[in-house]
Design a binder for this molecule. Structure first.
Ligand SMILES: *[C@@H]1O[C@H](CO)[C@@H](O)[C@H](O)[C@H]1NC(C)=O
Length: 316
């Protein structure tokens, strides 16, 4: 009986396959081709590979072969291994090391390589389209200047910010790492810093963002992950999460951007909090990210407009 049912289903599926319109088939195969070419672009040939306990595959990719250098503006870019200055006089120097799941046993990429979370086919298939993969799709970010907190497009948030007739050359924040429960798969939760110049109104909003997020639709699980973001046109056509588009140049062999952070803080238990420092290097104008006292890499000034020649007008 059961076998007969299975055969009936198989027969029906064959019928559906035979009679489905050819355009549906060709759009599926077009999408497959797009997915394959995106994966080829993002997943550079590794010099070493680690299997992380959280299910991620971590590739050690030569530093000069990272996705950033596919950016047309970065073709002739000379990589900067260190900022020219380190901002001084900042409070609270980091002591506890920032730890991720992939290197719990001391795994490490060798010098001149950086660890990259391999993008899997299912990661791309979860995106609404191949072209929106790795991008913010509904622009539901708090509008600078307007809120101390509130609700925008269903996003509930609280913000602390500094915005004055001032030029901001960077900011430092300490962020506690939590793993909030995500109820429906479309939801996400995050804690981050935001450095902006320009505005939504003028469509020239430039942002630099870093923090952690729990975002099942993006990563396929409910882990707390280190993330970065940038845009120079109010999230319209430029920018993306992590290394999913060319932009951020990573110099550190120790951190996986998009990789899960562990351990995380628990209510009534040990608290894990880490320092994020972002500043504009006066030599060259690149925006450096330092995490818990370690240089992670930088957003080259050339990928921006307002943040290229100028400095930030808001930090959140
Ligand atoms: C987004 O970019 C497209 C193409 O460059 C442009 O036509 C459109 O006006 C932009 N929309 C916004 C809201 O900036």
């Amino acid at each position: 009986m059961a076998a007969a049912k299975v055969w009936l289903v198989v027969a029906l599926l064959l019928l559906v396959a035979l009679f489905s319109p050819s355009e549906a088939t060709s759009s599926t195969s077009l999408r497959r081709r797009q997915v394959r070419s995106l994966l080829k672009r993002l997943n550079k040939p590794p010099l070493a590979t680690f299997q992380s306990l959280d299910g991620d595959i971590i590739d050690c990719v030569h530093i000069s072969n990272q996705p950033a250098f596919d950016h047309p503006l970065l073709k002739d870019h000379t990589i900067q291994m260190r900022p020219s200055i380190q901002p001084s006089g900042l409070y609270g120097e980091a002591t506890r090391p920032f730890t991720q799941t992939w290197n719990q046993n001391g795994e490490k990429c060798s010098d001149n390589t950086i660890p990259i979370r391999r993008t899997k086919e299912e990661d791309v298939m979860r995106a609404t389209s191949v072209t929106t993969f790795g991008k913010k799709t509904h622009g539901g970010s708090p509008h600078p200047h307007s809120h101390l907190g509130g609700v925008t497009d269903g996003h509930h948030y609280g913000v602390a910010y500094a915005t004055r007739d001032a030029n901001y050359y960077g900011t430092k924040v300490t962020i506690n790492v939590w793993q909030p429960t995500i109820v429906t798969s479309g939801d996400f939760s995050l804690s981050q810093l935001w450095i902006t110049a320009g505005s939504y109104e003028n469509k020239d909003l430039n942002t630099i963002e870093a923090g952690w997020q729990v975002y099942p639709a993006m990563y396929g699980d409910d882990k707390t992950r280190l993330f970065i973001y940038w845009t120079r046109d109010a999230y319209n056509t430029t920018g993306c999460y992590n290394l999913a588009c060319s932009g951020f140049i990573q110099t550190n062999p120790q951190f996986v951007i998009g990789g899960s952070i562990s351990p995380v803080s628990i209510y009534g238990g040990t608290q894990y909090e880490y320092d994020y420092l972002v500043w504009k290097d006066p030599a060259g104008g690149n925006w450096w990210l330092q995490l818990q006292g370690n240089y992670v890499g930088y957003w080259p000034s050339s990928i921006f407009t307002r943040l290229q020649t100028g400095v930030a007008d808001t930090v959140e």
